[in-house]
Design a protein around this ligand. Sequence first.
Ligand code: URP
Ligand code: ZN
Ligand code: ZN
Length: 502
Amino acid sequence: MTTQSQILIKGGKVVNEDFSEMTDVYIEDGVISAVGSDLQVAAGTRVIDATDRLVLPGGIDTHTHMELSFMGTTAVDDFHTGTKAAFAGGTTMILDFVIPQKGCSLLEAYEQWRTTADPKVCCDYSLHMAVTWWDDTVKKEMETLVRDKGVNSFKMFMAYKDVFMLRDNELYAVFAQCKEIGAIAQVHAENGDLIAEGAKRMLSLGITGPEGHEMCRPEEVEAEATQRAITIAHAANCPLYVVHVMSKSAAKVVANARRNGRVVFGEPIAAGLGTDGTNYWHKDWAHAVGFVMGPPLRPDSSTPRYLMDLLPSTDDLSVTGTDNCTFSVCQKALGKDDFTKIPNGVNGVEDRMSVIWEKGVHSGKMDENRFVAVTSTNAAKIFNLYPQKGRIAKGSDADLVIWDPEATRVISAKTHHQAVDYNIFEGMLCHGLPVVTISRGKVVYENGQLFTKPGMGRYIPRKPFSEFVYNRINQREKVGKPCAVCREPYTGEIISIAPKRS
Ligand code: URP
Ligand code: ZN
Ligand code: ZN
């Protein structure tokens, strides 16, 4: 591993979410100590020439499931391979999910996930917590997680009936608790009851392949749950973050809610922006199965472009993740004769930055500043990591990517750094590549080579009440309290109802 504790990045164009400038960046002991020209640097400082290159805040992947045990097997990319691959793609931080089984302690699940991740993880990381059941102990544990463990986001499933799914009254209770403790509620928005019915129907029709996975849960199943979650969150005055927005219909629901002033954020993922659900109909089963995830990719092939159009200036969708949860084809084959048994999940952590640059910036839909906003800064603001993460400024962590906007590569499982044996973006030509990735002041990836050590990443605790999210919520709490009308008491006649006979 390169060990210089001082690095000067010279001659590049530094890009933040709000503006770009030709300037230099000086890094000392893991943080950015100066941004400017003609900087005084210590003897022995390594100088990296960034002429004709962009210098970006490292990517933040808001949604990963490294080595998740799910649907009878365990995701092949663990915290080591997954986060090395993240570096190779220009991502310097991930937010992974702790998912306790129903009835299990959230705190124990958190400790166990830290024990799993800490010795392996290469990049900095933070944890969201899933709430898969509800009672008073869960309520108390949520508070402890926020106060003592640096968790400020909780994901609830509206799908995976009988496994992780919560009912509306439980969602309301969790959302209300999130509001109390200053956390962000996240939802996997799909109607779990309809999926269960749809799956039975497809199987009864003899549809057992990956196409059945999409057909049993069409777009409106996602859109309905998205609208329901927004309604419940509004009733609880709780900020809401909709993970993996996969369809036009669900994206429209999020966009409308935002235009109506709701505090809601939508997260499309690399898979949904870079490919589509026509793959489920591919004649080669081993190809089709690789795309199975929930909610599914959509067969309407204009969906990726539509989702991408909502990311730039309108801010209808705010941030991008990947839902990286990788199962090799032999694991997916658990569902060879029944699509409901296919482990759900796709790759993305390595390719997200390139896919979004290609489909967003190279295509002319967004500029370099918006690219930084949707791949890094907005995530840092929503999850209360800003400006430690998500910005190139004095005092911020030195998580940076030197990006060559002209370089190209073709994505392939043959050359990727992930453990999974296929890639849903196979064959995609991408302009825009990371040439150097720096994580807390250390060069961890340079010209195709990784310089990492398992366990070099840090757990980053996050405080509650992110201002970016909670300013509006708190003001609404103050001014939006319902109040009763003052009236004289009613003194007229009241009918009498005969008591019920038992
Ligand atoms: O297919 C998916 N999304 N797998 C991971 C679990 C989840 O719902 O995020
Ligand atoms: Zn999910
Ligand atoms: Zn997920």
